[in-house]
Design a protein around this ligand. Structure first.
Ligand SMILES: Cc1cc2nc3c(=O)[nH]c(=O)nc-3n(C[C@H](O)[C@H](O)[C@H](O)COP(=O)(O)OP(=O)(O)OC[C@H]3O[C@@H](n4cnc5c(N)ncnc54)[C@H](O)[C@@H]3O)c2cc1C
Ligand SMILES: *[C@@H]1O[C@H](CO)[C@@H](O)[C@H](O)[C@H]1NC(C)=O
Ligand SMILES: *[C@@H]1O[C@H](CO)[C@@H](O)[C@H](O)[C@H]1NC(C)=O
Ligand SMILES: *[C@@H]1O[C@H](CO)[C@@H](O)[C@H](O)[C@H]1NC(C)=O
Ligand SMILES: *[C@@H]1O[C@H](CO)[C@@H](O)[C@H](O)[C@H]1NC(C)=O
Ligand SMILES: *[C@@H]1O[C@H](CO)[C@@H](O)[C@H](O)[C@H]1NC(C)=O
Ligand SMILES: *[C@@H]1O[C@H](CO)[C@@H](O)[C@H](O)[C@H]1NC(C)=O
Ligand SMILES: *[C@@H]1O[C@H](CO)[C@@H](O)[C@H](O)[C@H]1NC(C)=O
Length: 610
């Protein structure tokens, strides 16, 4: 790891700032749109709302510029961009009751591009049934898959992989776009395990079918990973949408600007209007208020958005009062119903040295890979070391369905996901491999259809055990104090059941013939098989995939719960829209950046009326 640490130190020090404002006195006095957060969704809106030249747009971002930072460019270094770096909010989750009371780091990007600048670049859009459920839940058909998938064409630009290999059969070109904004591609560096995985999908086709491309909307099966990588480099919302828009005179971007609250500017039809925001340059910096003539758009992400709402007096009255904040709008759903993908990293010791473990611990190997990346944008650093993944269901006759209705978004949506990594990975638990010089394969299992949340359509509640879901709550009324983030993971027997069955399924996967001369033995607590052993193993090792949603949930306009209506307008107020991952009521069959980009494209078309 030494070499990686040295590279990170180098990259973190090489920050240079582009044509952005640092000084609030350079801003106009008002803008048509003020966007809070220059992250994944915020930069899509900045680009789309400024593109016709008619609107003035301001983006306020707490972090700095992404430019000049190597760790935000080299795909393989992605996992070193967080936690606890200058690009991170450095959150830690509260002790997780169902994970032996453990806490762990909970990164969120704090830099232009937001979490898209620091994430692991897996890029896809979820199950068609996720979007159809959203349309059903909200009563707004424009969220259905048939309606939303048109935004893929505006959003993505499919480009050849870094190694230019023949991609026939690895994706379906006709359902992708080569004319959108964000470069994405298939893996750019072949892993020794890829062909063994493909062979296993043939041998165990009924349990682990091969799926040529999950962008059809049917996610089930094992597929080649598509990543937000183009020409061997990371694509973020900052390197794409924002960069393309930076020359426009009607767009200003202020970095180092932490928004501390939305400001009430009056009443409209008996509803409070919040067409101004207050921000500061850090805890000691001066405070400035800036007004939006059309709308304030909150895009601070699934943690930042509920925190800002609560600081503004918008949230659960009892919680606000306990933090000495006057309630302007009592919206109890703010910061509630947080949903996540629980992650369990399962590793096996393997033969030989074709794994990428050496690249992660041998300074000479890492330095050669970096030189190749710098000179030619080729080699292992163009990739994330994970080339295949998949989405899978419990068998239809699984015993858990006798007590729990199926919570998947539909019959062709998944209960769990697998990601195959060609090295030892331990999530953020920082568990060292048993043999520091060994070679490993890791099959990360993630729970896709969690029931550890408040659900109205499925009766999981007993009088003794009402599941509340995860929460984001203020620690105090100080905007510079991190909120309490309780993910509420694995609170239901269904969730624990899925992870046990996922681990058992992965053991069957590695018993197939393509692995007989490769896989040696499972690592640590993975070796057990009894329910109690697997539960204990999961409790000891599980973290998350960093996919929080639901903390400012969309809901039908007329119902009491929820935070925004189906057009993303803050309920009970005027002048504010929320556009980021916090509005998804359920966590999708997807890593959440892709769905967030489509959401933001849809929001731009709602706002501009195209
Ligand atoms: C380590 C990690 C790995 C991940 N891996 C993947 C992956 O491989 N694939 C995938 O699809 N998804 C992944 N995700 C999740 C995905 O990146 C996020 O779901 C998505 O980017 C969220 O977009 P957003 O617009 O909601 O928020 P963000 O992109 O986080 O944007 C929020 C922005 O608001 C800013 N902000 C917050 N508060 C304030 C404030 N008070 N004042 C001013 N600015 C503020 C933040 O600094 C940030 O720039 C990962 C996330 C993490 C953290
Ligand atoms: C996160 O931690 C890093 C490393 O200690 C630090 O540089 C950075 O300022 C911290 N970020 C915040 C928001 O506190
Ligand atoms: C790519 O592979 C396919 C199938 O194997 C083959 O038909 C095609 O000719 C190849 N394309 C190129 C450019 O080699
Ligand atoms: C951010 O603002 C603070 C307070 O004004 C200042 O000390 C700091 O240098 C600024 N940082 C950047 C990167 O501009
Ligand atoms: C959580 O979401 C469900 C819908 O899935 C809803 O019925 C419930 O009211 C929500 N709870 C809160 C506190 O918002
Ligand atoms: C870059 O590619 C050229 C041409 O293939 C090759 O000669 C050179 O060695 C490569 N550079 C590195 C650092 O790998
Ligand atoms: C489910 O069905 C399969 C195949 O028909 C069978 O092998 C298995 O034992 C059944 N499992 C349960 C829990 O009934
Ligand atoms: C790992 O390899 C290093 C370098 O070859 C060696 O010094 C060390 O003893 C090895 N450790 C183990 C546990 O084998």
């Amino acid at each position: 790891m030494l070499s990686i640490i040295a590279l990170v130190a180098l990259a973190l020090s090489a920050t240079s700032f582009a044509r952005l404002c640092h000084d609030p006195s350079h801003l106009r006095s008002t803008y048509d749109y003020v966007i809070v957060g220059g992250g994944t969704a915020g930069n899509v809106l900045a680009a789309r709302l400024s593109e016709d030249g008619k609107n003035s747009v301001l983006v306020l971002e707490a972090g700095g510029s992404n430019e000049g930072a190597l760790v935000l460019e080299v795909p393989f270094l992605g996992p070193t961009a967080t936690p606890n770096t200058v690009f991170d909010w450095n959150y830690t989750v509260t002790p997780q009751t169902n994970l032996d009371g453990r806490t762990f780091p909970y990164p969120r990007g704090r830099v232009l591009g937001g979490s898209s600048s620091v994430n692991y670049m897996v890029h896809h859009y979820g199950s068609s049934e996720d979007w159809d459920r959203l349309a059903r839940l909200t009563g707004e058909s424009s969220w259905s898959w048939n309606s939303i998938k048109r935004y893929i064409a505006r959003h993505e630009r499919f480009v050849p992989p870094a190694d230019n290999h023949n991609t026939t059969g690895q994706y379906i070109p006709s359902i992708h776009s080569t004319t959108g904004v964000l470069p994405k591609s298939l893996p750019g560096w072949s892993n020794g395990i890829d062909q063994r995985i493909v062979a296993t999908t043939a041998e165990l086709a009924s349990e682990f079918p091969f799926n040529e491309d999950i962008t059809t909307g049917n996610v089930l099966g094992i597929t080649w990973l598509q990543c937000a990588i183009g020409g061997g480099q990371r694509s973020s919302s900052a390197t794409t949408y924002l960069k393309n828009a930076m020359g426009r005179t009607n767009l200003d971007v202020l970095i180092n600007a932490t928004v501390t609250k939305l400001v009430r500017t009056g009443m409209s039809g008996g509803r409070p209007c919040f067409k101004a925001v207050q921000f500061a340059n850090g805890p000691q910096g001066a405070s400035t208020v800036i007004r939006a003539t059309k709308e304030v758009i909150l895009s601070a992400g699934a943690i930042g958005t509920p925190q800002i709402l609560q600081l503004s007096g918008i949230g659960d009255r009892a919680e606000l009062t306990s933090n000495s904040i006057e309630t302007i709008l009592n919206l109890p759903s703010v910061g509630k119903n947080l949903s996540e993908h629980t992650l369990v990293p399962n590793s096996w010791l393997v033969q030989g040295s074709e794994s990428l473990d050496n690249l992660r611990r041998d300074p000479a190997a890492a330095s050669a890979a970096l030189s190749e990346w710098q000179a030619n944008k080729t080699g292992p650093f163009t990739d994330i070391g994970t080339n295949m993944f998949g989405f899978l269901r419990l068998p239809a006759n699984a015993s858990i369905f006798e007590t729990t209705p199926d919570p998947a978004s539909g019959p062709t949506a998944a209960h769990w996901e697998v990601l195959f990594s060609n090295f030892y990975a331990s999530g953020s638990a920082a568990v060292p491999p048993p043999n520091p010089n060994g070679s490993y394969i890791t099959a990360v299992a993630a729970l896709i259809s969690p029931t550890s949340r408040e659900l109205f359509s499925i009766c999981l509640h007993t009088a003794m055990n009402i599941i509340q879901g995860g929460t984001v709550k203020l620690a105090s009324n100080n905007p510079f104090e991190a909120p309490h983030i309780d993910l509420g993971l694995l609170a239901s027997e269904f969730d624990r059941f899925v992870l046990r069955e996922a681990i058992r399924a992965l053991k069957r996967f590695f018993c197939a013939s393509p692995w007989t001369d490769y896989v040696i033995s499972p690592v640590g607590g993975l070796a057990g098989d009894a329910d109690a052993e697997l539960d204990a193993y999961v409790r000891s090792i599980a973290t998350t995939v960093f996919h929080p949603v639901g903390t400012a949930s969309m809901s039908p306009a007329h119902v009491e719960w929820g935070v925004v209506d189906p057009h993303l307008r803050l309920k009970g107020a005027e002048g504010v829209r929320i556009v980021d991952a916090s509005v998804f009521p359920f966590v999708p069959n997807a890593h959440t950046a892709g769905p967030t980009y489509l959401l933001a494209e849809r929001a731009a078309s709602l706002i501009r009326g195209y």
